[in-house]
Design a protein around this ligand. Structure first.
Ligand SMILES: [Zn+2]
Length: 129
C-alpha cells in the first residue's frame, strides 16, 4: 500500500523533510483504521528520472501492529510503478494540450535531458485525453 505525501511536491522539500518523516506522518493505519498503530519498517531505495538527471532516494516504509499491512510513504513528485517523475508526464500533457504533434515530443524531452520511448509518451498522452 502507498500513501502519497502531498507536503513534498518536489525533491528539495522531500530531502529536507525526510529525516523527520516518521514524526510528521499520521500513525493511523490506512487499511484497518487502528489509531497509533503504524511503526517504522525500514526504507528502500527508489530511482526515478526527471529533467537532466536520474536520482535515487530513500522511501520510508511503515508496518501496522494490528494488521499485516505495510505502507510506503511516497512523495507527490513520484508516480506509481513508473521510473519517471510526475513533472515529466505533466510536460508531455502540457505540450499536447498546446497542440504539439506527438512525434516531436521525444526530441523536446531529450533536449531537456530526459529520454522517453515514443510508445510511453503516446500512452501518457492517450490517458490524458
Ligand atoms: Zn492496520
Amino acid at each position: 500500500m502507498q500513501r502519497v505525501l502531498r507536503q513534498f511536491p518536489d525533491i528539495h522539500s522531500y530531502l529536507r523533510g525526510f529525516p523527520n518523516i516518521l514524526d510528521s506522518c499520521s500513525r493511523q493505519c490506512d487499511h484497518c483504521g487502528a489509531e497509533d498503530a503504524l511503526v517504522g519498517h525500514g526504507t528502500y531505495r527508489r530511482s526515478f528520472v526527471t529533467f537532466g538527471f536520474k536520482r535515487t532516494i530513500r522511501i520510508q516504509r511503515l508496518r501496522c501492529t494490528k494488521c499485516p499491512t505495510t505502507i510506503s510513504l511516497v512523495p507527490l513528485f513520484l508516480r506509481c510503478r513508473s521510473p519517471y517523475a510526475a513533472e515529466v508526464v505533466r510536460q508531455v500533457r502540457t505540450a499536447r494540450a498546446r497542440g504539439a504533434p506527438l512525434y516531436t515530443i521525444p526530441a523536446s524531452l531529450a533536449a531537456m535531458g530526459v529520454a522517453v520511448k515514443y510508445a510511453t509518451i503516446r500512452s501518457w498522452a492517450a490517458r490524458a485525453a
